[in-house]
Design a protein around this ligand. Structure first.
Ligand code: SF4
Ligand code: SF4
Length: 444
């Protein structure tokens, strides 16, 4: 293994990946109805371009970007628009959505023109294609990819890092993608590099995926892509930690990867970019891991956006015991949800069910100042002290103590013997600080 730099902090949770890592990706059969959320990304909501009773084809535009930081939404199959209304979102509130009743034909819309000679293509043409196809970061954040590929002229980018780490426990979608579609990942990486104008390309993969490392290394031979094997520690896949591990560059507090000349993209995003350019395909499906000890047959599925979690769970055989918790994503950074009606979105990396004995039964106690959260924090923060400030609603102090640097990785809460809700506190502080900044901006 190359001598990569180990980032500070982090934890070693049980990875829980054995349930699904050897299960090949399966395609889901067509459903009768898809409920496609319109706000699937960070940024402005897109504007619907269809109305009730319109006929649509697979891949057809349903909503166009509502601003620079926004992303297009496309139909997952052919059928009729039943409604342009709302559906249940991850936060428990209703969000705008388009409901499509499938006609069972799955007829594709005319694809976007294929760009075969991508090696020679104008980078702006390639970037425009990423925008048209509605590609967003598929590792979790769902940030519009075309925006990430448009750094300000003052920021010089010289390294592209593809994130194949998948450090989040229980999730295996990226692992399977690297085993089953390595060529597309590598082409996607080179297309992204062409858009950015960089020649140094790395794919970071943790050492607990030796089969993916071996295959990606073999396939990358003769390409400008270097596969970097990384030591295992959560949250190795967080952008700032990954950049540090591979390049030794430290993103400054309050800064972005572009401040150190780096752009990070998930391996799934690279596949979406390759498909947009080489096949003219818009992003309307993704690989999702459906897993957890209550699930009968955990595995990895190619799911179309708008598939309700309940249908995804049926594909995995349903449950063999009552689950105590349902999580969108993984156990460390995922979001606990209460309904299986929630639809799959472009960033649904996993649907995880936990049994009663896997859910914390502890109640939160006072901080004993043991410092374990400080040791665990990969952002060199003091979560215990911040938590007390936040309980006392001293958001001004929390801002001074860099609460906005928190990446919500959950390492502090994982390490805390008093079971304090440290991540919830950090999320609250970040929300309050951002709201205060927005209000101050509006007054100007
Ligand atoms: S304070 Fe934030 S960044 Fe630090 S360990 Fe906790 S959740 Fe992670
Ligand atoms: S780990 Fe928990 S108990 Fe220990 S210092 Fe941090 S918040 Fe306090």
């Amino acid at each position: 293994m190359p001598d990569h730099i180990f980032f500070r902090g982090g934890v070693h949770p049980d990875d829980g990946k054995s349930l699904s890592c050897d299960v090949a990706i399966q395609s889901a059969p067509l459903l009768e109805t898809y409920v496609v959320p319109l706000q699937q990304h960070i940024g402005a909501p897109p504007k619907p371009v269809v109305k009730k009773k319109d006929a649509v084809l697979r891949g057809q535009l349903l909503a166009e970007p509502g601003g620079f930081v926004s992303a297009a939404i496309h139909a997952p199959t052919s059928g009729t628009v039943k409604d342009v209304s709302e559906c249940l979102g991850l936060s428990g509130t209703m969000i705008p959505a388009v409901t499509i009743v499938a006609d069972g034909e799955d007829t594709a819309a005319e694809p976007l023109p294929v760009i075969e000679n991508w090696q020679e293509a104008d980078p702006d043409v390639l970037k425009q294609r990423v925008t048209e196809a509605g590609v967003v970061g598929m590792g979790g954040a769902a940030f519009p990819t075309s925006v990430k590929l448009s750094p300000p002229p003052a920021k010089s980018i010289n390294v592209l890092i593809l994130n194949g780490v998948e450090c989040e426990p229980c999730l295996t979608a990226d692992h399977r993608l690297m085993l089953e579609d390595p060529e597309k990942i590598l082409i996607g990486a080179q297309i992204i590099a062409r858009i950015l104008g960089v020649s140094e390309i790395h794919v970071g993969i943790e050492a607990n995926k030796p089969d993916a490392i071996a295959l990606m290394t073999e396939k990358a031979s003769g390409t400008p892509v270097t596969v970097s094997e990384l030591r295992v520690r959560y949250p190795q896949g967080a952008e700032k930690q990954l950049i540090y591990a591979i390049t030794g560059r430290k993103v400054p507090t309050g800064g972005l990867p572009m401040d150190v000349g780096a752009v990070v993209q998930n391996v799934g995003t690279a596949v979406a970019v390759a498909e947009a350019v080489l096949e003219g395909k818009s992003l309307y499906e993704r690989i999702t891991t459906v897993t957890g000890s209550p699930v009968v047959a955990p595995g990895n599925w190619r799911l179309r956006v708008g598939t309700p979690y309940s249908e995804a769970l049926k594909l995995a055989g349903g449950v063999k015991m009552d689950p105590a918790k349902l999580i969108s994503g993984g156990p460390m950074m995922g979001i606990s949800v209460y309904s299986l009606d929630i639809p799959v979105m472009k960033n649904t990396s996993g649907i995880l069910l936990l049994a009663a004995d896997e859910v914390s039964q502890y109640t939160s106690e006072s901080c004993i100042r043991c410092g374990r959260c400080v040791d665990a924090c990969p952002m060199s923060m003091m979560p215990g002290t911040l938590s007390v400030q936040i309980e006392n609603e001293r958001f001004d102090l929390a801002e001074d103590w860099h609460a906005l640097d928190c990446i919500e990785c959950g390492c502090c809460a994982y390490a805390c013997p008093s079971h304090r809700p440290l991540v919830q506190h950090m999320r609250r502080a970040k929300g309050e600080i951002m709201a205060k900044r927005k209000a101050a901006q509006a007054k100007k």
